[in-house]
Design a binder for this molecule. Structure first.
Ligand code: PGA
Length: 255
């Protein structure tokens, strides 16, 4: 049991969906989920669908978020979406520094940190994604990489900012590969993240929500979620299939 920490199961839809498919999926989630004290559920859809999702989920206990946010607040930044725009639609969460943003779109630690700060400036809860590649893991550099990704944010915002944020550990080698981190591997890195934060504030480190992401499935969710420092999950592929996502949410209820 993770007493006192916000627990969260979040579905990252990535660049998938359509108006009709999103509505079907949300209908199934609304029918299948019930509120659980201390546990939140949220979906992360592509930008054009957020307005529709905000109305489909209005009055529901299921939250929603965006998959990215600009580090800028307003101006000549073609293609970007600011935190204030997201906030206008009632957005609660935003992913920052997902490994696909880092790897495919060249986002560097400083930019991720600036996005994290921008999200909070506009009242959004950033979900900071961190994680190592397979090569980095094999070189024994997991803690160096994850530590650097965390420190970039902490150096910019200070540890107090982590009071209203979530960290998601997503090993790059586990994302979309079907090969999840073992519960022990996930727990070890989660414990490391908490220790790293505790260097700046033990109280905040103990309270921060840490999610695991990377090939979470109905069949492995329970074992991952019961690890002492795992407070929920960030789910990609399996969040697109209602029954799978519901089963994963159910595992979190009992964790
Ligand atoms: P996956 O993706 O569950 O499909 O591995 C997780 C993520 O990228 O957030």
């Amino acid at each position: 049991m993770k007493v006192g920490r916000r627990r969260l199961v979040a579905g990252n839809w990535k660049m998938n969906g359509s108006l009709a498919a999103n509505e079907r999926l949300l209908d199934a989630l609304k029918a299948g989920l019930k509120p659980v004290a201390g546990l939140e559920f949220a979906v992360f859809a592509p930008f054009p669908y957020l307005a529709a999702i905000s109305s489909l989920l209005s009055g529901s206990f299921i939250g929603w978020g965006a998959q990215d946010v600009s580090e800028h607040d307003v101006g000549a930044y073609t293609g970007e979406v600011s935190g204030s725009m997201l906030r206008e639609f009632g957005c609660r969460y935003v992913l920052v520094g997902h490994s696909e943003r880092r790897q495919l779109f060249g986002e560097v630690d400083m930019q991720v940190a600036a996005k994290f700060a921008a999200a909070q400036r506009h009242g959004l809860i950033p979900i900071l994604c961190v994680g190592e590649t397979l090569e980095q893991r094999e070189l024994g550099a997991t803690e160096v990489v994850v530590g650097r990704q965390l420190d970039a944010v902490l150096d910019l915002t200070g540890i107090v900012a982590l009071k209203n944020a979530v960290v998601a550990y997503e090993p790059v080698w586990a994302i979309g590969t079907g090969k999840n981190a073992s519960p022990d591997q996930a727990q070890a890195v989660h414990a490391f993240i908490r220790e790293r934060l505790a260097l700046r504030s033990k109280e905040i480190a103990d309270a921060v929500t840490l999610l695991y992401g990377g090939s979470v499935k109905a069949s492995n969710a329970a074992e991952l979620f019961t690890q002492p420092d795992v407070d929920g999950g960030l789910i990609g592929g399996a969040s697109l299939i209602a029954d799978d996502f519901l089963a994963i949410c159910k595992s979190a209820e009992n964790a």
